[in-house]
Design a protein around this ligand. Structure first.
Ligand SMILES: Cc1cc2nc3c(=O)[nH]c(=O)nc-3n(C[C@H](O)[C@H](O)[C@H](O)COP(=O)(O)OP(=O)(O)OC[C@H]3O[C@@H](n4cnc5c(N)ncnc54)[C@H](O)[C@@H]3O)c2cc1C
Length: 412
């Protein structure tokens, strides 16, 4: 599509937040246009269809807090089936390398840690979450590994106030055909200019001027949804500059989580929706979902500095690490039964630069600073601006609804 010279509401980014903002404007009399740098919609949500009917959610995969997640109703409306099978995260298939008694000890230690962190957040000043680990506890590294999956980083980089603000109803469902596919279908009706990277937002004059890779246009209101690392690195500039936003974004960096999908030649060897944790005693280990939704594959999940090392090591490193860990647990026969199909590289994705946000110790308040409107013309959404569902797709969606509401009340 060619770009218009002027629009009433411009939305920057066609991820869950931008699509939510556009939907919320439906029927308002305004004609929003989403400007999206990529050649696809969805941002950090993307479903890839791989050989052997394997569905791979490269980004978000779980409808977290499903009983409060607006994407569940959207899935119903759009005819996407929901899989309500419980996640297998606390299982260890065949007890491989992690006997039941030890697992129970680990889960108790982890639950105690999260309770201590929550109490400390209620009672006192913000601190790095690793300070709530009990020194010398044998499960500390394994708890840190879980932090790399949840936060995308180790506990020393996580604010306990932010961790306590996160709302988790512990109901986690999946979209049978992929969360990314659902979000793409949700966006299909929106007015979107793809391949349009916004490089400068000039709000010095009576109309906001947007400089893009495909030319310049003006807008009355702008809703910005780009990731915090992009904001912090000023990949999109503001004139006049907005140092409060840049600093807030820097306090909410994206952690890193990456996934790898391996085809499994002998699916009957493993149960459907099984699970394996890799090595204990280190945070540098993966988690493996065996035959998700019965498919003939294994999905590996890596987080934090280990994911970063594997991304930096180049193509194939995630798959090799996953195959080595799985073979270590299930036997060397699995080396020839597993074939790499696809993997993510979110830190190297130029329009994300990471996976999901966490607040650095002392920076939990930055979410509200990042979310605050500027001059009744610039509005901010995106997962990192959600007060309680940050780091998730539904948090992003709701932040888009909130930003649109703010923009509409600024017009009224
Ligand atoms: C590996 C992984 C696993 C995850 N698992 C889950 C999960 O199970 N459940 C869950 O709820 N969440 C999960 N998430 C998080 C979830 O995917 C994100 O929180 C959510 O998709 C973020 O949406 P958003 O709209 O805030 O940002 P984005 O999706 O990043 O959207 C922002 C958009 O802005 C575009 N953009 C950036 N810069 C510009 C520019 N200058 N001009 C124009 N466009 C620009 C980007 O291309 C992007 O499309 C996961 C994420 C990853 C990476």
């Amino acid at each position: 599509m060619s770009l218009p010279s002027h629009i009433d509401v411009a939305i920057i980014g066609a991820g869950a937040a931008g699509l939510g903002a556009a939907h919320a404007l439906h029927g308002s009399g305004f004609s929003p246009l989403i400007l999206e740098a990529r050649d696809r919609i969805g941002g950090r949500s993307q479903t890839a269809s791989l050989p052997n009917n394997v569905i791979f959610d490269v980004g978000c995969g779980w409808l977290h807090s499903a009983d409060k997640n607006p994407f569940v109703a959207i899935a119903d409306r759009l005819g996407f089936a929901i899989n309500k099978h419980r996640p297998p995260w606390q299982q260890q298939t065949f007890d491989a390398g992690f006997p039941r008694a030890e697992r129970e000890e680990f889960i108790a230690a982890m639950n105690d840690f999260f309770e201590r962190a929550e109490d400390a957040a209620d009672e006192g000043p913000d601190r790095p979450a690793n300070e709530l680990l009990i020194p010398g506890n044998r499960w500390n590294a394994q708890i840190d590994a879980v932090s790399t999956y949840i936060n995308g980083c180790e506990l020393d980089q996580v604010s306990i106030h932010d961790m306590a603000a996160y709302e988790d109803t512990e109901i986690n469902w999946r979209v049978a055909k992929g969360y990314g596919a659902l979000i793409a279908a949700y966006g299909a009706a929106c007015n979107i200019a793809l391949n349009t990277c916004v490089t400068l937002i000039d709000h010095s004059g009576p109309r906001v001027v947007l400089h893009t890779s495909r030319g310049t246009l003006t807008a009355d209101k702008v809703i910005v949804t780009v990731s915090t690392d992009l904001m912090a690195q000023e990949k999109t500039h503001f004139t006049p500059a907005l140092p409060d936003k840049v600093n807030a974004a820097a306090g909410l960096p994206l952690g890193l989580a990456d996934k790898v999908m391996l085809a499994l030649a002998t699916p009957d060897d493993l149960p459907e929706d099984g699970n394996l944790r890799g090595r204990s005693g280190t945070a540098k280990t993966g988690a493996y979902h065996l035959r998700p939704q019965g498919m003939a594959c294994i999905e590996g999940y890596f987080g934090g500095s280990f994911a970063r090392e594997l991304e930096d090591a180049g193509e194939g490193a995630l798959a090799q690490a996953a195959i080595d860990e799985i073979a270590g647990l299930l036997g060397n026969d699995f080396r020839r039964k597993l074939t790499p199909l696809a993997s993510s590289r979110w830190a190297h994705d130029e329009f994300a630069l990471g996976s999901y946000s966490h607040a650095l110790p002392g920076h939990a308040q930055d979410r509200a600073v990042l979310a605050a409107p500027v001059d009744g013309r610039l509005f901010f959404a995106g997962e990192a601006t959600s007060p309680n569902f940050f780091s998730t797709a539904h948090g992003a969606l709701e932040s888009g609804f909130r930003a649109t509401k703010e923009a509409m009340s600024a017009i009224a």
